[in-house]
Design a binder for this molecule. Sequence first.
Ligand SMILES: Nc1nc2c(c(=O)[nH]1)N[C@H]1C(S)=C(S)[C@@H](COP(=O)(O)OP(=O)(O)OC[C@H]3O[C@@H](n4cnc5c(=O)[nH]c(N)nc54)[C@H](O)[C@@H]3O)O[C@H]1N2
Ligand SMILES: Nc1nc2c(c(=O)[nH]1)N[C@H]1C(S)=C(S)[C@@H](COP(=O)(O)OP(=O)(O)OC[C@H]3O[C@@H](n4cnc5c(=O)[nH]c(N)nc54)[C@H](O)[C@@H]3O)O[C@H]1N2
Ligand code: SF4
Ligand SMILES: [Mo]
Length: 890
Amino acid sequence: MPANLSGETRTTCPYCGVGCGVLVQADGIGGIQVRGDPDHPANRGKLCSKGSALAETVGTDHRLLTPLRGGESVDWDSALDGVAERFQAAIAEHGPDSVAFYVAGQLLTEDYYVANKLMKGFIGSANIDTNSRLCMSSTVAGHKRAFGTDTVPGVYDDLDEAELVVLVGSNLAWCHPVLYQRVVAARDTRGTRIVTIDPRRTASCDGALHLPLEAGSDVALFNALLAEIDRQGLVDASFTDAHVAGLQDAVAAAHASDVSVTGLDAELLQEFLNLWIGTEKVVTIFSQGVNQSSSGTDKVNSILNCHLATGRIGKPGSGPFSVTGQVNAMGGREVGGLANMLACHLELENPEHRATVQDFWQSPVMATQPGLKAVDLFKAVGNGEIKALWVIHSNPAVTLPDADRVRDAIATCPFVVVSDITTRTDTAQLADVVLPAAAWGEKSGTVTNSERLISRQRAVLPAPGDARPDWWILAEVARRMGWSEAFAWESPAEIFAEYAALSGLAGELGKDFDISALGEVDAQQYDNLDPVRWPQSAKRQGGRFFAQGGFYHPDGKARMLALEPQAPANALDAARPFRLNTGRLRDQWHTMTRTALSPRLSAHLPEPFVDMNPQDVQRLELVPASLVQLSSPQGRAIMRLRQTSDVKPGNLFVPMHWTGMNAPAARIDALVAPVVDPVSGQPESKASTVSAQRFDATWYGFAMSTSAFTPSCDYWARARTSTGYRCEMAGLAIPDDWESHARVLFDLPDAAAQCMSDSRRGLHRVGFFEGDVLLAALYVGPEPVALMRDFLVGLPGQEAPWALAGLARGDRPDPGPVVCSCFAIGRNTIKLAIASEGLTSVDQIGASLSAGTNCGSCKSELASLLQECSGSDADGACSREANAAVARSA
Ligand SMILES: Nc1nc2c(c(=O)[nH]1)N[C@H]1C(S)=C(S)[C@@H](COP(=O)(O)OP(=O)(O)OC[C@H]3O[C@@H](n4cnc5c(=O)[nH]c(N)nc54)[C@H](O)[C@@H]3O)O[C@H]1N2
Ligand SMILES: Nc1nc2c(c(=O)[nH]1)N[C@H]1C(S)=C(S)[C@@H](COP(=O)(O)OP(=O)(O)OC[C@H]3O[C@@H](n4cnc5c(=O)[nH]c(N)nc54)[C@H](O)[C@@H]3O)O[C@H]1N2
Ligand code: SF4
Ligand SMILES: [Mo]
């Protein structure tokens, strides 16, 4: 496949581990057009809502354009010299372990390789860890325990061939949407069954058998499956005798384990067991509901145990399948981004591996023992052990557990460097030096997706200002620290070639990650590199792993493990009676530094919320659209109530996305306990214990404006709109004068104002106009204010002298909150069409409104709307009404 196709450049989406190919056309004035690459094997032309909106996230308004030191612009030379000096000084005075890097699975492989080489081979410490510690490390540890290597056996084609797809702790519909659409297509065309194992009802439960197990009880469930496999005589002895050790003990432990802790109905459980056992072609997909747990590694092994016992691994249509989170989460594992690994699956603690890498790198000193894992690393920052810290491509002040402590730790660290594309992140705000990184679309390199497919990212836009690729910044610092020869590359192609050559040595040492066949690629071939699955060596090219054994423990056998279920680390009690589950939304990416730039993506769920079961809502005497305050020993957070039976009584779900930049009271990781899995060091991000109560604000407000504004009240949450910004607000102290307050808020000291006040009832509305054109408006009340928000947000910048009425007009109805973000179609519009045109299927909605016909990610929500309108889903309707209330009232 050529790198360019009549003006379009082939590249890869920067977000999730599906690794979709995209075709990008630059318009020559900084903008781009994006479409799915029909020839990329991961997506065959499809994109999800986030991929489709990439063009809305590439502008330069939000970008950092020069290096900053102490908030002042400086040139590259002085910034880089300064960073090198401070790191050198810390190392000279306090030793190599007094410095640390914290990196991310969104770095390109080449960037990652340079960071790892610098820290482990030249600084001589292994204090480099990655956000993959919070994401994939339990899977890495589980894979290594079972297979002797961190290798995903299967490929995406298995999803087309499977007869049963089991999703464990994975909301595939929202987090890996293009892959999910592939599973749905298999269901619709071939009758593939889907089972979803998740304490919460999610979009991935539609048309699936849903097992709402108790949080953290996955090991008990898969132990029950293993015991039943044994009971029904389904162990594949020809496979296990030849290729597996530990079967007896694992099975004995499974029989001894108590399935009742899952809380699952016996019939439902048996249906699942029979389905799994009775279906030869089964793929078990797992993700953060498994990994982010204090027993995450055991959860992984409990799943692998069942596949190993039945020999259902590495065969077309069957196998365990860990889906990776970030676009290059897999690449980071290959290149040794974790504090306990070397590059190319080589091990830091193995002297032969260390010597091989040191010799290859010609390095002065190698780290000899594992470095600090993420949670411990930031603890060490907090207690002063780390004197210089470099954070690259991550936002740990938001996403690490106990985030307020992490934020304080970063603030007090003597020297902090952050490489980011913007300063508008909680972490960059705390840095001494911020370095402007080139963003997606401006840089080149490779990424590896969940199915071991290596794809190119290619630059299509010039980097704005002084922004530079991450590899370049790292290499420049390394050169200034005195290692110019080892970091002399001129391009990512040269780095890739070096990496591929090193992998050849790993191959000789018996490792599976060997891409030495790509070691000879020249710049031209690198530029044209087609997606290619590793391994790529003289011995072996691509394919699946382990169907015929060939595991990587010394005896060539896999290990089954005897596992005892463990409850989540923190037990519920009277003081903290709620289990706090956290995770992702369909249209936002992590800390929103890119997706929140898109008005379309921001319209799906514009405000942070907590999902709570109606029983708990009643018990706490909350009403729809209340603000709720959650507290834990670590911290507190405030967000909007969303009443829904999607979560069980006693369980809460809060999205992870909101930050100090757009909703400072709703940073959910401020509440998450820094509890980790003892094997992997991965934090338990999904099972903290918290208390909940109504947050009794004195006033509630909704504001919108053509330009950005930042409130200072107790609660606020701001989002982009197609006309500017919208913001929910609430506070304890009532301003003396709402007009003056609004003038300061919107920075409109002189604009013409319209004010409506009913002081007795605490109702106030202030609008600012230029002629009849609305510039900004604020609506305030003593209770969450009911307004037609999705209509109102279209008004700023338009003639709307009547805007303070807060109501839609007959000629311009309220579209409701966006359901289909690709075509920006609202809930009310869809409901109206269902009712007036008598639509009865998702396809008919698509034919009438186009909703759901592009990426398909909203199809499950469309199905719910149909059910709701037909009145057959009272429960769901209740929850969906509550969702609407979030958007309706503030
Ligand atoms: N839209 C979007 N997509 C993304 C991302 C994003 O930010 N936004 N991020 C990417 C990244 S880095 C990652 S890691 C992936 C994550 O992808 P997923 O893992 O699918 O996403 P999460 O929402 O974190 O969690 C998945 C589910 O685990 C469930 N869960 C919680 N506790 C348990 C439990 O004890 N057992 C079981 N079985 N389930 C449990 C939660 O209810 C949740 O529905 O998504 C990737 N894709
Ligand atoms: N409670 C809770 N916490 C969680 C999770 C959860 O489910 N629940 N999930 C965890 C998981 S799985 C993950 S992966 C993490 C993700 O957490 P983070 O990695 O902290 O989140 P991101 O927002 O992806 O941070 C990426 C940063 O890189 C910047 N950036 C973008 N492009 C570039 C570039 O080209 N170069 C550089 N140098 N910077 C760039 C962005 O602006 C942003 O600041 O969160 C973890 N935290
Ligand atoms: S599924 Fe969506 S976010 Fe993930 S790679 Fe594809 S387009 Fe990007
Ligand atoms: Mo992740």
